[in-house]
Design a binder for this molecule. Structure first.
Ligand SMILES: Cc1cc2nc3c(=O)[nH]c(=O)nc-3n(C[C@H](O)[C@H](O)[C@H](O)COP(=O)(O)OP(=O)(O)OC[C@H]3O[C@@H](n4cnc5c(N)ncnc54)[C@H](O)[C@@H]3O)c2cc1C
Length: 427
């Protein structure tokens, strides 16, 4: 079987030392077998190991191979769809529980970084940038909404104030969340994997789960081995394929692209983002950007429904970067890559249990750095028998994509067109 390595991203090029991990050969037994070593799998493993469970992870490629090692690195709180939508969908009690958890993932990341001394360039401060007055009104109501659930560290910014933190005239205002921030995402995953191993967890790489025997004693099969476990946690997200057909019908992998400039002079970097916060705008097809630890601009955006790799990433993303920062017109792009996140129709995470002992969490629809860390905690609580917070997620309704699986791509591509028109026209 082919050895799958990291894409040629800035993160892979600047990763902390990556140890070789074994492929699974033969049969092993454990309490919990986790499928996938992204943030969901690693966070779940850490919480379980800290509670005394034996844990093995099977990873199809390498730790952080998926979205967790390729993302924009932005610690964005809350969910891809906000709590008011949850409230309208499932009522106030469940919304209260989910609302209280909306900022917990960012705290978990900071605790992990501190406790396990993870070197991942963690910086505080995230900006939601408003391109239009309508966006600004949305941010004002979002602030009120989040404050209702106890999240009070938010600052609204007018056009003058946002200009102090983002060096462009494109925005009419914004909102600063000091509990947001940014990280080197692959180094966070690698640090978490090392923490898993320091607690006795085992990670097998190049070991895709190709079949799961369900029932009282589930078994996860890989090409050369199998893991017998009391519980299985499925954390393969957009890279899972059709391993669990019930899940793939209600979710769709989507690609988003990231470019990274050559290192900028300290002066130029400071003129773009004087306070080193990360930024995402409020468009549905949003731009997101930040500085790296070595003063490059990392700029992402674009969505390819159905997760096909676009031929020339730089030509898609660079024009957006220059619209925001025309002063970068002569700057070279050193890296360009794509990665897949998993979209659900509601844009809310898909969480649940198959039978008594196979758990899953996936589909956080593009905003997953914080949610996946929370998901690990909530899944571990459920395996320990405290399922109240898990149930609050598991009860969120999910629907198959209209037109069935074969029509998912064209239908939602229409949706993307609609939203991009909406962004352009400002309604
Ligand atoms: C380009 C990009 C930019 C993004 N930017 C941001 C951002 O700035 N902020 C934010 O909040 N969110 C962002 N996201 C989303 C966020 O990165 C994801 O939501 C999150 O990382 C998902 O983590 P995960 O562990 O669930 O999945 P993944 O990180 O994708 O991990 C899944 C892992 O499972 C493995 N796997 C799959 N199938 C199998 C199998 N059968 N057997 C064994 N292993 C398997 C894969 O190889 C992979 O390593 C971005 C996503 C992308 C793609």
């Amino acid at each position: 079987m082919a050895h799958t390595s990291y894409p040629q991203s800035y993160y892979a090029a600047s990763a902390n030392p990556v140890p070789d991990r074994p492929e699974l050969n033969g049969e092993v037994e454990t309490d919990v077998c986790i499928v996938g070593a992204g943030y969901t799998g690693l966070s779940t493993a850490l919480f379980l190991l800290e509670s005394g469970f034996k844990v093995s992870i099977v990873e199809a490629a390498k730790v952080g191979f998926g979205a967790s090692g390729r993302n924009g690195g932005q610690i964005v709180n809350s969910y891809s769809r906000d709590i008011d939508v949850i409230e309208r969908t499932v009522g106030p009690k469940q919304a209260q529980l989910l609302g209280q958890m909306a900022f917990e993932g960012g705290r978990i990341i900071r605790e992990r970084v501190a406790k396990y001394n993870i070197q991942c360039d963690l910086k505080d401060g995230g900006v939601f940038a408003a391109n239009t007055d309508k966006h600004m009104k949305h941010l004002e109501s979002q602030k009120k909404l989040w404050e209702r659930f106890g999240h009070t560290q938010l600052e609204l910014m007018d056009a003058k104030r946002i200009r102090e933190v983002v060096g462009t005239d494109n925005y009419v205002g914004g909102m600063l969340d000091m509990s947001g921030g940014h990280i080197h995402p692959l180094n966070l995953a690698l640090g978490e994997a090392a923490a898993v191993e320091s607690l006795g967890g085992i990670i097998y790489e190049q070991s895709p789960a190709i079949r799961i025997d369900r029932g009282a004693n589930p078994v996860v099969h890989t090409p050369k081995g199998r893991v017998k476990a009391k519980f299985v946690v499925v954390a393969g997200n957009a890279y899972l394929g059709d391993l669990i057909p019930e899940l793939s019908a209600k979710s769709m992998p989507c690609g988003t692209q990231v470019i990274t400039t050559e290192p900028l002079s300290a002066e130029l970097a400071k003129s773009l983002l004087p306070t080193d916060y990360c930024v995402e705008d409020c468009n549905y097809l949003l731009d997101y950007y930040r500085l790296s630890g070595d003063n490059r601009l990392i700029f992402g955006g674009g969505v390819v429904y159905g997760a096909r790799d676009p031929a020339d990433i730089e030509s898609i993303i660079r024009p957006n970067m220059l619209k925001t920062f025309p002063q970068l017109k002569d700057v070279k792009i050193d890296y360009a890559w794509t990665g897949n996140f998993l979209l659900t129709l509601s844009r809310l995470p898909q969480v649940g249990r198959l039978g008594d002992n196979i758990y899953y969490s996936q589909g956080c629809s593009g905003h997953g750095v914080t949610y996946t860390h929370l998901a690990g905690k909530v899944l571990a609580e459920a395996l320990r028998g405290q399922a109240e917070r898990f149930d609050a997620f598991a009860e969120l309704p999910h629907y198959p994509f209209p037109g069935g699986r074969l029509f998912r791509v064209p239908f939602t591509a229409m949706g993307a067109w609609y939203y991009s028109m909406r962004d352009k026209l400002g309604f």
